[in-house]
Write a protein that binds this ligand. Structure first.
Ligand SMILES: [Zn+2]
Length: 195
């Protein structure tokens, strides 16, 4: 599998599987963050989910996906699975992905994007206040997993695939921007502690 095949599949899961759930979630007052789990073998989707902090402030997109995954009767071994996060995971979600046994994760937006484009400064603030880490200061390759940004996959794709991937990337960014605007305009009314 090439980097462009993987990038195309991950972007399509965000667009076709995660975003429709996130649209509903945001209209119920939740944040824009979502996640999914895919099989390494054929990149088929196991589960997609979205943030559900209005129910429980721990239900970030990633943790909510893992919760729903472990509620299922049939759970493939996480060593054979890919974890996809729409946004680079916060410290809680980094640990949750680790405790669940994944050896990888991929993300679309970075921590800096969450702060600058989504007005959600909490991830970076927790990293700094609790762990004394600067943005992106965690180990992206470590004894447990390796994290990769989809942007890097796109950047290293072959030239013919790149323009289609860039167009898909742009479409997804625009969609998230409008969802983020909707979340921000209504967030004063929700009871999420770090909204
Ligand atoms: Zn999180």
């Amino acid at each position: 599998m090439t980097n462009s095949d993987l990038a195309e599949r991950l972007l399509t899961v965000i667009e076709a599987d995660i975003l429709p759930l996130t649209e509903k979630g945001v209209s119920a007052g939740n944040k824009v963050f979502g996640a999914a789990i895919l099989r390494k073998s054929d990149l088929s989707l196991v589960i997609a989910e979205t943030n559900n902090e209005t129910e429980n402030p721990l239900w970030h997109g990633e943790v909510h996906t893992l919760k729903r995954f472990y509620e299922r009767t049939e759970k493939p071994d996480t060593k054979g699975l890919i974890f996809l996060s729409t946004h680079e995971p916060c410290s809680m979600c980094l640990s949750a992905i680790t405790w669940a046994g994944f050896d990888n994760f991929y993300y679309f937006f970075s921590h800096q994007d969450s702060r600058d484009s989504f007005s959600i400064p909490h991830d970076l603030k927790i990293l700094k206040e609790v762990f004394r880490l600067d943005p992106g200061g965690y180990a992206k390759t470590n004894a447990f997993w390796r994290s990769s940004s989809i942007a890097d996959l796109v950047a290293t794709s072959d030239a013919t695939a790149k323009s289609a991937l860039r167009a898909q990337d742009k479409r997804i960014r625009e969609k998230y921007q409008s969802l983020s605007d909707a979340y921000q305009s209504g967030k004063d009314d929700n009871a999420i502690p770090l909204n």
